[in-house]
Design a protein. Structure first.
Length: 599
């Protein structure tokens, strides 16, 4: 502003009670020595906040005012001005809606400057006030030609994208949604939400309407965390932007919709699956993040090592037979199978998958999406695949007797079949398939092995500390009274969002079908009979495998007890169930397991 020596600006701030006369005199004394703007001196000496100064100037000049932050500036639009010209005009283009260009200016009341901007950009200029130092800071970041915009977008929150003129901001939000979506702040905000989720390793983004704002939560390591909020009034535009990239109908707000999109973020291929659901406050959107980088991991990175690794390789290394991966929804079954497919993939093998839905799109692999509406079921697709000369077949899930029978037939005729099943442990898979009507002698011949798994959160390495668990946890683990054992947990820090955990590791229970076990599978009566035989072959249940992670300081005792809770219930139920009734009890349990696939 061309308001000098405290004149109009100083008088205005004094009149509004924003500044004391003593502070004004001290600021004028500093200004007289270096001839800087009074507003800059007031902010530097903490006599006045930038927000208060902008608000006062906005009222005085009758123009909107903004404090520049990342997410408010479209990098491509900013570069509509050359750096030298932008510095001379003390201006920075922010975003463009149609032919209307919003520009941050140190002198938004200067008509010659506005005319010059219009001539240079060919747009109608919408001037907004910003402090000259603020404009210069972001000119250096966005017009230098060497800016990595993504690196600036990591700290966007509601508090630091602040529109000082609230009434003007609310008026802007009344515009038709399509025009708002064209506005770069919306695009930047959605891009930032996705980018932050990818960097934090989130599996899902929840965009939820509330009475006051839009809540954005990330599912990280299996738990939802509230990490971002959109400014008030942006929910409809944010949802519309997500629908646009997901190729969904932005006009339909009454019915659920699904979409998907492929993006490249930080050099990585990411598939996004989008789901919208109407609610009384507006539409809720969930974005599932499918990062292909998670598939290209070694078996050791999955959490398999030592003797388990040898068994894993033998089970999946056979040219034909069935390998089942079991566990509840969210235990990582699909991710394990995708990792195996990536290892098995080669130009010499024809690999086909049947999925509902297709989680990841894999190169060199034929993937089929189940569609019940046209009767393209798992069983029907599997029968047709057998005429496609496959070497390896992945069936997303064995849900019914028909699919189970066709899968067994495929395995017995020389194909390697991979699939998932909902059971609490590996021995329970044989009981479940037998209850589906598959003959036991076929199971004994067709199945190579069963892998039960869970995902346990790992202790954050940045805040790891020793502690002693409560006696109740020690009792559940059978370690009560072992005071010499050292336990670790995370105290919570910025890296782990104060959770004490960072990342997850698999807990695997691997049951390899050997020649010694096959006679038992021909005529077993219950799950416990199978367990007695495999224990003699070195098999360890999930709980025991998980406690090994605690002993090595990888996870906490409470976390392992939590994720292996169902396996403990099986053990307790087996101890209480009268002989001969175990099979009916297990059938009742597995029948209630949730259906679905997970990444």
């Amino acid at each position: 502003m061309r308001i000098r020596r405290g004149g109009k600006l100083g008088e205005m701030l004094l009149a509004e009670g924003l500044l004391s006369e003593q502070d004004l005199l001290r600021a004028l004394e500093v200004q007289s020595k270096d001839n800087r703007r009074l507003g800059e001196v007031l902010i530097e000496k903490n006599f006045l906040s930038a927000t208060a100064l902008l608000s006062a100037l906005s009222r005085h000049l009758n123009v909107k005012a903004v404090h520049l932050r990342h997410g408010l500036i479209d990098p491509h639009v900013a570069q509509m001005l050359e750096q030298d010209e932008a510095k001379r005009l003390k201006a920075l283009p922010l975003f463009r809606v149609g032919d209307r260009l919003t520009v941050a200016m140190a002198e938004p009341q200067s008509l010659p400057t506005i005319d010059r901007l219009a001539a240079l950009t060919g747009c109608e200029i919408n001037p907004v006030l910003a402090l000259e130092s603020n404009i210069a800071e972001y000119q250096a970041k966005y017009l230098s030609g060497q800016v990595d915009v993504d690196s600036f977008l990591v700290n966007l929150t509601e508090s630091n994208v602040e529109v000082v003129d609230r009434e003007a901001a609310e008026a802007e939000h009344t515009h038709e949604l399509g025009r708002m979506v064209e506005g770069s702040p919306i695009i930047n905000f959605v891009n930032l939400a996705i980018l932050t989720a990818i960097r934090d390793g989130a599996s899902d983004i929840h965009i939820e309407p509330t009475k006051l704002a839009t809540r954005i939560r990330y599912r990280i390591d299996g738990k939802l965390r509230d990490l971002m909020k959109a400014p008030p009034g942006m929910h409809g535009a944010v949802v519309s932007r997500v629908k646009v990239i997901g190729k969904m109908d932005i006009a339909e707000r009454r019915l659920p919709q699904e979409g998907r999109v492929h993006v490249v973020a930080e050099g990585r291929d990411i598939d996004l699956r989008v789901s919208s659901m109407p609610s009384i406050l507006g539409e809720k959107v969930v974005i599932r993040i499918l990062d292909k980088q998670n598939l290209r991991v070694t078996l050791e990175e999955l959490g398999i090592s030592g003797e388990q690794l040898e068994r894993f390789r033998r089970v999946f290394g056979r040219p034909h037979g069935i390998v089942l991966v079991t566990g509840p929804t969210g235990s990582g079954k699909t991710t394990t199978l995708y990792s195996v497919l990536d290892l098995l993939s080669s130009t010499e093998k024809n690999i086909v998958t049947i999925e509902d839905p297709v989680e990841y799109q894999l190169d060199g692999i034929t993937q089929i999406q189940v569609n019940d509406a046209i009767e393209l079921t798992f069983a029907r697709s599997l029968r047709s695949i057998l005429r496609q000369d496959p070497d390896v077949i992945m069936v997303g899930e064995i849900r019914d007797q028909d699919t189970a029978r066709v899968a067994v037939h495929a395995a017995l005729t020389g194909h390697l079949v991979l699939s998932t099943l909902h059971t609490n442990n590996a021995p329970g898979a044989f009981v479940r398939l037998s209850d589906m009507g598959v003959e036991r002698f076929l199971l004994a011949s067709a199945i190579n092995g069963v892998i039960a798994q869970r995902l346990a959160r790992k202790i954050c390495p940045h805040c790891r500390t020793s502690y002693y668990p409560p006696d109740s946890a020690l009792a559940d683990a059978g370690w009560l009274g072992q005071r010499t054992r050292v336990f670790y947990k995370g105290e919570g820090c910025n890296v782990c969002h104060d959770s004490g955990y960072r990342g997850r590791v698999g807990i695997f229970e691997i049951l390899e079908v050997t020649d010694q076990l096959r006679p038992t599978l021909h005529e077993f009566h219950d799950e416990e009979e199978i367990k007695r035989v495999i224990r003699s072959q070195g098999w360890r249940p999930l709980r025991d495998e998980g406690l090994g992670l605690v002993e090595r300081g990888i996870s906490t005792l409470e976390e392992v007890l939590r994720v292996t809770h169902a396996e403990t219930e099986d053990r307790t139920r087996a101890e209480k169930t009268p002989p001969g009734d175990e099979r009916r009890a297990d059938a009742a349990n597995t029948a209630s397991a949730p259906e679905g696939s997970e990444a």
